[in-house]
Design a protein around this ligand. Structure first.
Ligand code: UDP
Ligand code: MG
Length: 311
C-alpha cells in the first residue's frame, strides 16, 4: 500500500528540514511506500525555497504552492486532491503531531479501519486556550449534527474511500473536523501526549479560534435559525399577554400615566432580540453568498503534482 503524507505549511522555515528528516527515518525504517506532499500556503518566509530544494533532492517530495495564504483548510484540500496513495495522513509541520505515531496508524489501517484518529490531551496547554476550547466542545456537541471530540484534530489517517468521500464535498466554507465525522466510516482513536511547538509561532490567535468556533456551529445545520424562531415566538407571546392585560386594566381602571420603565425595557429587549436574529440570518446569507460565487478554494502558483497541473 502507498501512503500520502500531507503537510500544510505556513511560515515553517525552521521546521521543514527537521520534519523531513524525522518522517524519512520512520518511512525508511518501516519500509513504507510513500509520497510526502508539502502544501505551501503562501508563506512569507523562505519555506518555499526549502521545499523546492527538498523536492530536487528527494523524489518522494511533492509540493503545491499557493499564490497567497488561503488557510489551512484549503491547504489540506489541495493535499487530498494531490494524493495518489491508498491512504492519506495529515500532519502539522511544527512536529506537534509526532510522526512516530504513523506505524500505529498503518497497523490500524491493516486491521480494517478507514479512519485512524490521534487524540491528544491538553496537558501543559495555555489556560486561555484550554477553557474556551472545552466550552466550545460542550456547546457545539449540543447544537450540531456531527460529533466533534475534544483533542481530535486533523492529525489522522484516512483511507482512499474516505478521501474520495471528502473530495466529493465541494463546499466553500470548509470545517474539516466536522467533515471527517460527517462522511462516516469505521474509526479508531489513538491517544497521544500534547507536545509544545518548538520553533516559530502558532498561526491561530484567540479571535481566529473564535471565528473557527462560529464556523463550526453554523456550518452544519440551521439550528441557530431555529433558536431565533423560538425566541421570537416566546417574545411575541409574552408581548401579546402584556398588551392584553394592560388593555383590560385600561378598560376597568382608566389610563394611568407612568410607563417609562415598561416602554424602555420592551424597546431595548425587542431591539436586542431583533439585532441578534438579524446577525444569525446574516451569517447564513453570507455563507450562501460565498457558496454562490463558486470560487476555487485556492490558486496554485507552482506544483510538481501532475493531477493539479491539469486542473
Ligand atoms: N497553517 C497553514 N495555513 C495557515 C495557518 C497554518 O497551512 O494559514 C499550517 C501550519 O504551517 C501548521 C498547521 O497549519 O503546519 C497548524 O498550524 P499551527 O501550528 O499554527 O496551529 P496550532 O498548532 O496552534 O493549532
Ligand atoms: Mg501547531
Amino acid at each position: 500500500m502507498k501512503l500520502s503524507l500531507i503537510i500544510p505549511i505556513y511560515n515553517e522555515e525552521k521546521n521543514i528540514n527537521r520534519l523531513h528528516h524525522s518522517i524519512t527515518q520512520i518511512m525508511v525504517n518501516n519500509h513504507y511506500d510513500y509520497e510526502l506532499i508539502l502544501v505551501n500556503d503562501g508563506s512569507a518566509d523562505r519555506s518555499i525555497h526549502m521545499i523546492e530544494a527538498l523536492s530536487k533532492k528527494d523524489e518522494h517530495v511533492k509540493y503545491v504552492s499557493f499564490s497567497r495564504n488561503f488557510g489551512k483548510e484549503s491547504a489540506m484540500l489541495a493535499g487530498l486532491r494531490s494524493a495518489a496513495g491508498d491512504a492519506a495522513i495529515i500532519l502539522d509541520a511544527d512536529l506537534q503531531h509526532p510522526p512516530e505515531l504513523i506505524p500505529q496508524f498503518v497497523d490500524a489501517y491493516y486491521e480494517g479501519y478507514d479512519q485512524v484518529v490521534a487524540r491528544r490531551d491538553r496537558d501543559g496547554e495555555n489556560i486561555i486556550r484550554k477553557i474556551p476550547s472545552q466550552l466550545f466542545y460542550k456547546l457545539i456537541n449540543r447544537t450540531v449534527d456531527v460529533e466533534l471530540v475534544d483533542g481530535e484534530g486533523d492529525f489522522r489517517l484516512i483511507s482512499r474511500v474516505v478521501i474520495d468521500a471528502i473530495l466529493s464535498l465541494d463546499e466553500y466554507n470548509r470545517f474539516s473536523k466536522g467533515i471527517f465525522d460527517w462522511v462516516g466510516y469505521s474509526k479508531k482513536t489513538i491517544p497521544f501526549k500534547n507536545v509544545k511547538r518548538e520553533e516559530g509561532q502558532s498561526s491561530f490567535s484567540f479571535f481566529s479560534l473564535l471565528d473557527y468556533a462560529i464556523d463550526g456551529i453554523l456550518s452544519y445545520n440551521n439550528k441557530p435559525l431555529r433558536v431565533c424562531f423560538y425566541f421570537g415566538a416566546i417574545t411575541l407571546t409574552i408581548c401579546l399577554l402584556y398588551i392584553l392585560t394592560t388593555l383590560i386594566k385600561i378598560i376597568y381602571q382608566g389610563i394611568d400615566e407612568p410607563g417609562y420603565f415598561t416602554i424602555i425595557s420592551s424597546i431595548l429587549f425587542l431591539g436586542g432580540v431583533q439585532l441578534f436574529s438579524l446577525g444569525v440570518i446574516g451569517e447564513y446569507i453570507g455563507r450562501i453568498y460565498y457558496e454562490s460565487k463558486k470560487r476555487p478554494h485556492f490558486i496554485v502558483e507552482k506544483t510538481n503534482v501532475e493531477k493539479l497541473k491539469n486542473d
